[in-house]
Write a protein that binds this ligand. Sequence first.
Ligand code: KIV
Ligand code: NA
Length: 266
Amino acid sequence: RAKVRTRHFLEAKRDGVRITGLTSYDTNTARIFDEAGIDFLLVGDSAGNTVLGYDTTVPVTSEELIPLTRAVARSTTRAFVIADLPFGSYEIGPEQALATAVRFMKETGAHAVKLEGGRRSAPQIARIVEAGIPVMAHIGFTPQSEHRLGGHRVQGRGEAAGELLDDARAVEDAGAFAVVLEMVPSDTARRATEALTIPTIGVGAGPHVDGQLMVWTDFAGLTAGRVPRFVKRYADLRGELTRAATAFREDVASGGYPGPEHEYPD
Ligand code: KIV
Ligand code: NA
């Protein structure tokens, strides 16, 4: 169980070994996913939705993500931990991006940072990498731009496939060690995967990519309501916790809890 490093991402692609990633925002899930052999944990700004109760990732701040990232980094021994940079913390330019990336690295113990954008973010990626910090890129549907993109929409369809491939090449040339492709048609994702040396990590990008990432509350069935088409639910945590809370309430009401085995003898 050697620690996962950036070189393992490249070796996995070369050897045809698929990479796995989940988001994590706390110590319990970090320990569980690390022990289950998940290769990387992303402390995503999806925490805005999954932890903090916002409708979008736009309001999320570094101050909110740093404690969550620190909790995940402290709770892993093997997995590669990636800190997501929030909206507004890197767009102004390469120096702002570097300052934010340095802050996350110093204050959290994460091993890399992630930021959104292809060609538009290439100067930021290059500056951060040059300073010694690995960067995971993120193209296709980029949630921090959802108001410009007009909601959660598939990117890189038809004519737009060329744009997506240009973004993929730009982040590789800028020095990213991997790139997330979010909500991209399978054929476009396959073309990007074939065109790049660095691994592609799909989130709703079909099977022809080098790895798969899911938001943990989606994959474990904790998210309320509808989930995107690409989500596969591996558990029903929402159902389990609802049953548990209901049973506890009924037990307390009926006097079934606590029992003698839960009492401290005198
Ligand atoms: O914040 C997040 O969880 C993400 C992934 C869905 C790619 O950016
Ligand atoms: Na994100």
